[in-house]
Design a protein around this ligand. Structure first.
Ligand code: FES
Length: 107
């Protein structure tokens, strides 16, 4: 099963087993992490699932769709060059080891 490496805003980190086909948002919230709110439940309509994807991984993700790009304008923590909505990142075997950093705040 793919693992994702999640770095919290305070710098602590953990690996989370993530079944293929699951979104990063679903995996992180199911693991009990507080750093993702996911108010809209994964519909790309809230931006409270914002993450910073590690630079080494960012280019390996499918490009964001226009609705994701639009919502990334509304993040509570500053948007960065590798910012993504975690609900729009589906984990696959190719993404085993994906590294994401949680922002300081989501609201
Ligand atoms: S959960 Fe709302 S945009 Fe991702």
């Amino acid at each position: 099963m793919p693992k994702i490496h999640v770095i919290r805003a305070d710098g602590s980190a953990r690996d989370i087993d993530t079944p293929a086909g699951t979104s990063v948002m679903q995996a992180v919230t199911a693991a009990g992490e507080a750093g993702i709110v996911a108010e809209c439940g994964g519909s790309a309509m809230c931006a409270t699932c914002h993450v910073y994807v590690d630079e080494r991984w960012a280019a390996r993700l499918p490009a964001p769709l226009p609705n994701e790009l639009e919502m990334l304008e509304c993040t509570a923590s500053e948007r960065g060059p590798t910012s993504r909505l975690s609900c729009q990142i589906k984990v696959s075997a190719e993404l085993d080891g994906l590294v994401v950093r949680l922002p300081e705040r989501q609201q």
